[in-house]
Design a protein around this ligand. Structure first.
Ligand code: FES
Length: 170
């Protein structure tokens, strides 16, 4: 069952849409669940479907289409590396390999301490700043180099947060 907090946020979102178009709030509803729990289970999808009066399969289709939704626990800091063409041409495979070696995990895995999870994603629409990754879907870290990755991992490991745009420039 959706928490009271998530239900309140969905109700606020629903004010933006006609009463017979509740399914329009599905992306926001999934985000609210993920913000609260860290990821979205199939039970959560079913709860969202019931709340919005739409088929569970339709919620599943949305949740699995967009890479920002996490369908399994992915650690305190989820690093999502773009591996689409432009980023590949700028070295995203090497970037990914470097992060894997630093963290000792593979794709879709979480470090033993639960601090980091690693995922890949399709184009994030920021190809000019390739290679790049996001942290928890909130911070874009662009033009990644081993040195920059080291700084990011060190800061996050120490409990710090990345400021907006902090690792977004050369
Ligand atoms: S290909 Fe990576 S942001 Fe576009």
């Amino acid at each position: 069952m959706l928490s009271e907090q998530v239900q309140a946020k969905i109700e606020h979102e629903l004010k933006k849409y006609p009463a017979d178009q509740k399914q329009s709030a599905v992306m926001a509803a999934l985000r609210f669940v993920q913000d609260e729990k860290g990821w979205i289970s199939s039970d959560d999808m079913a709860d969202v479907a019931i709340y919005l009066g739409m088929p569970k399969m339709a919620v599943y289709e949305v949740a699995t289409f967009y890479h920002m939704y996490k369908l399994q626990p992915m650690g305190q800091h989820t690093l999502t590396v773009c591996t689409n063409l432009s980023c590949q041409l700028m070295g995203s495979n090497e970037t990914l390999d470097y992060i894997k070696s630093k963290l000792g995990i593979g794709l879709n895995e979480v470090t033993a301490d639960g601090k980091f999870g690693l995922r890949e994603a399709e184009c994030m629409g920021a190809c000019i700043d390739a290679p790049l990754m996001t942290v928890n879907n909130r911070r874009l870290c662009a033009r990644l180099t081993p040195e920059k990755i080291d700084r990011i991992l060190t800061k996050l490991s120490a409990g710090g947060e990345l400021a907006s745009g902090e690792e977004n420039v050369r």
